[in-house]
Structure formats: structure tokens, C-alpha cells
Design a protein around this ligand. Structure first.
Ligand code: TXA
Ligand code: MG
Length: 317
């Protein structure tokens, strides 16, 4: 049985597995990660094999604190400012790699930059402390599938391919981390996620740019046009439901519907909606409905990242 409750004994065993080059899935506050010892190139390669990733995209490397991050990448004043405001938490910073950075090249896809994150989840932190090495971890789903927010999601995608899945319950944020490139003078958001653009602007005291990018040659694969993809088609901005559709609702004014229905947040709370998003998409997809009608989500705060994910999922390949 790959799924184990994340008690101290299980975390110790998971750390052992990681140190011997095996893969361990673990909860973070954003989504579940598929972890490997970031300093072990073979272990990192096993991540790509397990996910069936079509390309070697650079991965996020998880560490315990700012000091550990600074050993991997150069933290500019700007990077330190954002780290102080949002770590531990749902922000990944792209830094210029240190010359003696011990992380395997495959984890950074050969780039001279590295994406680093300090997670706030107690189980992530306990695992990092026990393994005492940086952990490379993309979201623990098969390539192209939605990100997992429960251990059961991970098991469904990767059950036979990992040494262990640490079960820490449903993740609180439910969206991946926001990725910000702080290698230059001006920060650039490469991927929207759990930390909003407004949150960052408030800390900086000015607006922050989003990477424009050609969606076919993205600076960050999070920007790939179709990345978060259920099998069903998505019809966004739906105010009524057509015959045969499943309904992904939001708020209290839900149209009458006899078929499959999940409300992301009956009270219209965007934080609750983000936490429910990926499991709701999976559950509605599993009903076999050809199309999921999605009610409008306000384009503000976390709604911006939710709509970004929904637009990607809606695009046909
Ligand atoms: O919340 C999260 O970030 C989760 C949890 C497990 O921490 N991890 C995650 O990792 O979503 P992944 O591998 O699915 O997404 C990594 C994102 C991609 O968009 C990737 O392109 C970007 O980070 N990235 C990583 N290293 C980069 C680099 N050096 N330059 C630009 N983008 C980078
Ligand atoms: Mg992912």
C-alpha cells in the first residue's frame, strides 16, 4: 500500500527512501509534490519518467528556510524582500544558480537559474528536516493531468510508480505556487498561483508584470496554453446548463440542474474555490460528462489564477 498516514515513523521512512534515490509524494500547502533528492540526478530523472513528462521542464526545489535557499541560488535584495514577505508559503522564486549549487542539472533543465520554494506545510517541513537535502518536486500528477490536492489523487495517477505517498489530508491552498523570476531588476510573474498579483504588488509598493511569452515556447511550462486538462470539454462563463453537461458552480445563485454538480464555494469565497478547484474538475470529469459548464468566477485576487487554470483546461489540444 503506497499511501501511508504521515506520522513521525512514516516521515522517517520517507526521508530514508528519498536519501536512497527513491520517489516520495508528499503534501505541501499548495498541491501534493512528487519528491526526489534534488542532488541526485538519477532520482530526478525518475520524476520525469514517473510523470511521463514529454520534456525535461525545470522543477521547483524545496528547502527549509531562506538560508538554505541562498545556498542554491543568489537572492538579490528584491528576492529577499519577497522571501521575507511570503516564505514559508505558496511562492517560488527563480534565482541565478550559485556556482557551487549541489542540485542536479536535470532538476533545473540545464538552466543557470533555479526555482526555489520554502513550503509552510508541517509535513513538508518535517520531511525536509529529516532528509536534510533539497527536495525537487513538481506536482504529483501524470503530465497534462490536473494537480493533486489529496493523497487519493496522487495514488490514482502515480500509485505504482512511487515508493510512498504521505497522506496529510487535502491541501489548503489547492493551486500551485506563484512563480516569480527575481533574477533581474524587475520581478516578473511566470505563473500565477496561491499568492496573488495584488499580494505581491502590495509588498513591492508597485505593480508587477506578467510574463507575456509565446505559449508554445514558454519561459515557464506553467504558461503552456493547455497544461491543466480534464478529458471533458469546458464551457466557461456559463449562466445556464445545457442538456448532458456537468456544472461547476460558484456562489449562491446557481442555475437549476439535475445532473452532476459541484459548487466551488456556495458563499463565493475565492480561497475556498481555489482549494476545491482541481478535485472538483476531476470529480466532474469522472462522471463522463462530455462538457463541464463553468459559472463565471470574478477576475480578482485568487480568481485570476483560477480563471487562468480554467482557460488552459478549456483549450482544445
Ligand atoms: O506549488 C507548487 O509549486 C508545486 C508544489 C509541489 O511545490 N510544485 C509545482 O512544480 O507546481 P511544477 O514542476 O509542476 O512546476 C514548476 C514550475 C513550472 O512552471 C516551471 O517551468 C517553473 O516552475 N520553473 C522551474 N524552474 C524554473 C526556472 N529555472 N526558470 C523558469 N521557470 C522555472
Ligand atoms: Mg504541475
Amino acid at each position: 500500500m503506497a499511501v501511508v498516514e504521515a506520522n513521525n515513523a512514516a516521515i522517517g521512512a520517507a526521508a530514508e527512501a528519498l536519501r536512497s534515490g527513491k520517489l516520495v509524494a508528499f503534501p505541501t500547502e499548495t498541491v501534493y509534490g512528487l519528491g526526489a533528492d534534488a542532488t541526485n540526478g538519477l532520482a530526478v530523472a525518475a520524476i520525469f519518467a514517473a510523470k511521463g513528462r514529454p520534456r525535461f521542464n525545470p522543477l521547483i526545489v524545496h528547502v527549509l528556510d531562506v538560508a538554505a535557499a541562498a545556498r542554491l541560488g543568489h537572492l538579490t535584495a528584491l528576492g529577499r524582500q519577497l522571501a521575507a514577505a511570503f516564505w514559508p508559503g505558496a511562492l517560488s522564486l527563480v534565482l541565478t544558480k550559485q556556482p557551487d549549487c549541489p542540485v542536479a542539472d536535470l532538476a533545473t533543465a540545464g538552466l543557470d537559474t533555479i526555482a526555489v520554494r520554502v513550503p509552510s506545510h508541517a509535513i513538508s517541513q518535517a520531511l525536509l528536516r529529516a532528509v536534510d537535502r533539497p527536495i525537487a518536486a513538481p506536482s504529483a500528477n501524470l503530465s497534462g493531468h490536473v494537480s493533486p490536492t489529496t493523497a487519493a489523487h496522487v495514488e490514482a495517477d502515480l500509485g505504482g510508480r512511487v515508493a510512498m505517498i504521505l497522506d496529510g489530508g487535502a491541501t489548503a491552498v489547492g493551486l500551485e505556487s506563484t512563480v516569480v523570476d527575481v533574477t533581474g531588476d524587475e520581478p516578473v510573474i511566470l505563473r500565477l498561483g496561491g499568492v496573488t498579483r495584488e499580494d505581491i504588488a502590495r509588498v513591492l509598493g508597485r505593480a508587477i508584470a506578467m510574463a507575456e511569452g509565446n505559449p508554445d515556447a514558454p519561459a515557464s511550462p506553467g504558461m503552456l496554453a493547455r497544461h491543466y486538462a480534464p478529458t471533458a470539454g469546458l464551457r466557461l462563463g456559463a449562466r445556464e446548463v445545457h442538456k448532458g453537461e456537468a456544472l461547476l458552480a460558484f456562489g449562491s445563485a446557481t442555475p437549476a440542474h439535475a445532473g452532476p454538480l459541484i459548487n466551488l464555494s456556495a458563499t463565493g469565497d475565492l480561497t475556498e474555490a481555489a482549494a476545491n478547484l482541481f478535485s472538483a474538475l476531476r470529480a466532474l470529469d469522472a462522471t463522463g460528462a462530455r462538457t463541464i459548464a463553468v459559472m463565471p468566477i470574478p477576475e480578482e485576487g485568487l480568481g485570476e489564477a483560477i480563471n487562468d487554470r480554467l482557460r488552459r483546461a478549456a483549450r482544445t489540444p
